[in-house]
Design a protein around this ligand. Structure first.
Ligand code: UGA
Length: 431
């Protein structure tokens, strides 16, 4: 079994570290935030991620997983060094590599001889070379090993991946990295670093394109009177198309798709190719936010226009507490700009935590602890995130406590016949 240092304990780093320790490796995770490290040392996982707390607990108990402050502290005795630091978006759409470079600089002097540095962060094409240059260590190989984890299912995505991609010009280093995954049965693809980095961006941009396409088809369905749910079901039976990633919604978001799609467009531009297709994909998404916001505003009838709307769902998708680049927030920014008051409930966003106010200080939303508190006296009910518990709403109770009678279901989560039977005007996406 190998010794692995993980630099950065965000959702990628923490999942990677906990899963590698579960596979039997000795893992030390480093972060710059001493408070976070102290929490993790006590098994307190700061993010909502299914199964992660159990793996962290298992690793701490077995002694195979530990947490330290500072990258150098983690790297000084390890054979593999996974860089899992953020690569946020710069103003020009490109990825900001400063965290990556700082981490590489910090570990370069302490790296044991012949160790391997692995880029797990989503980094622009060519970054493997950048890291190698910053390290300045000819005895240390730098390998790209992009992650394909989805928030909410990151642990199972790591342990049962569709593929593992390894990019390096050093065959021996590639084989050593591949061996870390020997207990996982999945295709392992070894390629050059630039191709590995491109695979990551192309995969995210393709999935985002699929979603913009589906949302555009939903708009078309409304225009021609088709039901998008049936249309995508019929499309999905074709194995060349596949069933996944065909759910229309209020627009797509999260910490990866918007950032990576813009970054790929930028990478293409810098390389001399105008990737207009991607700009269109992004534009369709903006229009989907606008269209959804218009549906919400239009759902408020004149008699109740002085009332607030009840919003269910704030996170960028169900199964996570992540509010970054959430489509729900994008829609609500537009709704609030029309002067509509908003009360919101989300099972992963606690009113007392004040996360909404901290992240979006300019957006006035009252976060409450129960869907029925949000709905009391509401002009309209709006579902923006597909939490399963929203399918179990008591529509008799909602009919009693709401002032208005519209439901906007921006995730097509509900069977429309159920609210309609209680007298609600049901407004979905593309149906
Ligand atoms: C995404 C990719 O799916 C992962 O493979 C990748 O590793 C990750 O980005 C990353 O680069 O780190 P994630 O951002 O966690 O994962 O979320 P997704 O499940 O892909 O959802 C992204 C957005 O698309 C969400 O707003 C979601 O609600 C929306 N979506 C997804 C739909 O509207 N319809 C669908 O059918 C699927």
């Amino acid at each position: 079994m190998a010794s692995i240092a993980i630099i950065g304990t965000g959702y990628v780093g923490l999942t990677t570290g906990a899963c590698f320790s579960h596979l039997g490796h000795d893992v030390i995770c480093a972060d710059i935030d001493p408070e976070k490290v102290a929490r993790l040392q006590n098994g307190d996982v700061p993010i909502v991620e299914k199964g992660l707390d159990r793996l962290v607990d298992e690793g701490l108990r077995s002694g195979k997983l530990s947490f330290v402050v500072g990258a150098a502290e983690a790297s000084k005795h390890a054979e593999f060094h996974y860089l899992c630091v953020p690569t946020p978006q710069s103003d020009d759409g490109s990825a900001d590599l400063s965290y990556l470079q700082t981490a590489a600089k910090e570990i370069s002097a302490v790296l044991p001889e012949n160790s391997v540095v692995v880029n797990k962060s989503t980094v622009p094409v060519g970054s493997t070379r950048v890291v190698a240059r910053v390290l300045g260590r000819s005895d240390v190989a730098v390998v790209s090993n992009p992650e394909f984890l989805r928030e909410g299912t990151a642990v199972s995505d790591f342990l049962q991946p569709d593929r593992i991609v390894i990019g390096s010009r050093d065959q021996e280093a590639s084989i050593r990295v591949a061996a870390l995954y020997s207990r996982i049965a999945t295709p392992i693809m070894v390629t050059d670093p630039v191709s590995a980095e491109t695979i990551k961006y192309a995969s995210n941009a393709f999935l985002a394109s699929k979603l913009s396409f589906v949302n555009a088809i939903a708009t078309l369905c409304e225009a021609v009177g088709a039901d998008v749910n049936d249309v995508v079901l019929g499309m999905g039976y074709d194995s060349r198309i596949g069933r996944e990633f065909l759910r229309p919604g209020p627009g797509w978001g999260g910490s990866c798709f918007p950032k990576d799609t813009k970054a790929l467009a930028r990478i293409a531009q810098d390389a001399g190719y105008d990737f207009r297709f991607l700009n269109e994909v992004l534009q369709v998404n903006e229009e989907q936010f606008d269209r959804t916001a218009k549906k919400v505003v239009d759902s408020i009838s004149d008699e109740v226009s002085h009332k607030h709307i009840a919003v269910l769902g704030l996170t960028f998708k169900a199964g996570t507490d992540d509010l970054r680049d959430s489509p729900s927030i994008e829609v609500l920014k537009r709704v609030a700009a029309s002067g509509v008051r908003i009360k919101a409930y989300d099972p992963a966003v606690l009113a007392e935590d004040n996360n909404m106010a901290t992240m979006y200080p300019d957006l006035e939303i009252e976060v409450v602890s129960d869907p029925y508190i949000a709905s009391e006296g509401a002009a309209s009910l709006v579902i923006l995130t597909e939490w399963d518990e929203f399918t179990w709403l008591d529509f008799d109770k909602l009919a009693e406590i709401m002032e208005g009678s519209s439901i906007v279901d921006a995730r097509n989560l509900l069977d429309p016949t159920i609210p309609r039977r209680r007298g609600f005007d049901y407004i979905g996406i593309g149906r």
